[in-house]
Design a binder for this molecule. Structure first.
Ligand SMILES: Cc1cc2nc3c(=O)[nH]c(=O)nc-3n(C[C@H](O)[C@H](O)[C@H](O)COP(=O)(O)O)c2cc1C
Length: 161
């Protein structure tokens, strides 16, 4: 799969087969994700695998579409708001890399922002100064939604003198 095809054909997956994901594959995708750009090489991502008890407490409306794996991706705190933003940006790049690595292997990811709420942060045991970039359901797709067309990129471009 070339990069452009991978980027364009990846979809948010909301219905998963029960088939497990091999830990070795997950670690391969996470390791690949860690090649995301990050300022000062501070590698600000942290991953929490969500076990059955914690997952039940989260009460996600579709239980992450039945994904066999749920994990939370956190962004580390920083001394200034600007550096905190940079960390969040780097961790978003990490997540996109993970999505693409999983996609290339025929798996898929549901990126949920539910980890943002105070209640879910508490359930996930997130320290006060960390950001939750996403709670991700990962598995093999039972259903792949149709492509969602994007706005022509030329309408988003301005050329400065
Ligand atoms: C930061 C972020 C948070 C998201 N949170 C949710 C969410 O809570 N629930 C959801 O259904 N989709 C969520 N999504 C997925 C988007 O809905 C999805 O990417 C968008 O509809 C485009 O579809 P595609 O990923 O298949 O191209 C999130 C995506 C991002 C980047």
């Amino acid at each position: 799969m070339n990069i452009i095809d991978g980027i364009k054909h990846r979809r948010t997956i909301k219905m998963f087969k029960p088939d497990p994901i091999r830990e070795e594959d997950l670690l391969t995708w996470l390791e690949a994700a860690s090649y995301a750009p990050n300022h000062r090489m501070n590698e600000p991502w942290e991953i929490r695998f969500v076990g059955a008890q914690t997952r039940a407490k989260l009460q996600h409306k579709t239980d992450f579409g039945g994904a066999p794996v749920v994990l939370a991706v956190l962004s580390k705190p920083a001394p200034t708001p600007f550096e905190r933003d940079e960390n969040v940006m780097a961790v978003a790049c990490f997540v996109q890399n993970l999505l693409l690595a999983a996609h290339e292997a025929g798996a898929g990811v549901f990126w949920s922002s539910m980890g943002h709420s105070p209640q879910n942060r508490e359930i996930l045991g997130v320290p006060a100064d960390y950001d939750v970039i996403g709670v991700l359901g990962i598995g093999y797709p039972a259903e792949v939604p149709a492509l969602k067309a994007r706005t022509p990129i030329t309408s988003k471009i301005a050329y400065l003198p």
